[in-house]
Design a protein around this ligand. Structure first.
Ligand code: G3P
Length: 218
C-alpha cells in the first residue's frame, strides 16, 4: 500500500519524507489556503521534496477552465497529478488531460458509481472520502470495499483507489484490508501509525536490562 501525505505544509512533508516512507502528497484548495502561499510556489516546493505523485487541485468548475488550470498545474513539475472534482465537467477534463499524458486524481468521490465513471474516464487515481462519509452516518470504508470489488471485475479498469479523508490509524488498517492502492494520511495520523505503548514499555525493559550488563556494542 502506498502512503501519501495529505498536507501542503512543506516542513511537515520534508520531515516525513526523510523517513523514506512517503510515496506522494495530496493537497486540496483548503490545504493550500492553510499554507498561506501562492499555489504554484507550494506545489513546486513539494514536487522538489517528494519524487512521487503530488496532487494539485483545479478550482475551475467548467471544462475549459479545468483544462487551462490543469495544464498550468501539470507544467509545474513532472510529478504533478492534476486533481479534478467528480463532476461531469471534471470527468471530461480527466479524460482530456490523461489523453495529453497527464496524471489525474479524480477527487470528492462519494459513491461506487462515481468511482466507476472516474475509471472509465481514465483517472490515474480516484479519491473516495472515507471520513466525510462517516461524518454523516454512512460507512466510508464500505465504499472502498465496493470500489475494490467493482474494479477487480474489469481488467481494463486500472485506476488506483486512493483512500482519502483518513482520520485515524484504524482507517489506514481498514483501507489496507479493503485493498486500497494508496492511503493519503494527515501528518499527525501518519506519525501515530508507528506508536504503540507496548513497544515503548518493552523497549524500556530491554534497555534497562542491557544497562545492567555494563556492555557497549561499539
Ligand atoms: O485531501 C483530500 C482529503 O483527504 C481531505 O480529507 O480530512 O479534509 O476530509 P479531510
Amino acid at each position: 500500500m502506498k502512503f501519501f501525505v495529505d498536507t501542503a505544509d512543506i516542513a511537515e512533508i520534508e520531515d516525513l519524507a526523510a523517513s523514506g516512507l512517503v510515496d506522494g502528497v495530496t493537497t486540496n484548495p483548503s490545504l493550500i489556503a492553510k499554507a498561506g502561499k501562492p499555489i504554484r510556489d507550494v506545489i513546486a516546493a513539494i514536487c522538489a521534496t517528494v519524487e512521487g505523485p503530488v496532487s494539485a487541485e483545479v478550482t475551475a468548475i467548467d471544462f475549459d477552465g479545468m483544462m487551462e488550470e490543469g495544464q498550468a498545474l501539470a507544467g509545474i513539475a513532472p510529478n504533478v497529478a492534476v486533481k479534478v472534482p467528480l463532476t461531469w465537467d471534471g470527468l471530461k477534463a480527466c479524460r482530456a488531460l490523461t489523453q495529453r499524458g497527464h496524471k489525474v486524481n479524480v477527487t470528492l468521490c462519494f459513491s461506487a458509481n462515481q468511482a466507476l465513471l472516474a475509471a472509465k474516464a481514465g483517472a490515474t487515481f480516484v479519491s473516495p472520502f472515507i471520513g466525510r462519509l462517516d461524518d454523516i452516518g454512512y460507512d466510508g470504508m464500505e465504499l472502498i470495499r465496493q470500489i475494490r470489488a467493482i474494479y477487480d471485475n474489469y481488467e481494463a479498469l486500472d485506476t488506483e483507489i486512493l483512500a482519502a479523508s483518513i482520520r485515524t490509524p484504524f482507517h489506514v488498517t481498514e483501507a489496507a484490508l479493503a485493498g486500497a492502492d494508496v492511503a493519503t494520511i494527515p501528518p499527525a495520523v501518519l506519525k501515530n501509525l508507528a506508536k504503540n505503548p507496548l513497544t515503548d514499555k518493552n523497549l524500556d525493559g530491554f534497555l534497562a536490562d542491557w544497562k545492567k550488563t555494563g556492555q557497549s556494542i561499539l
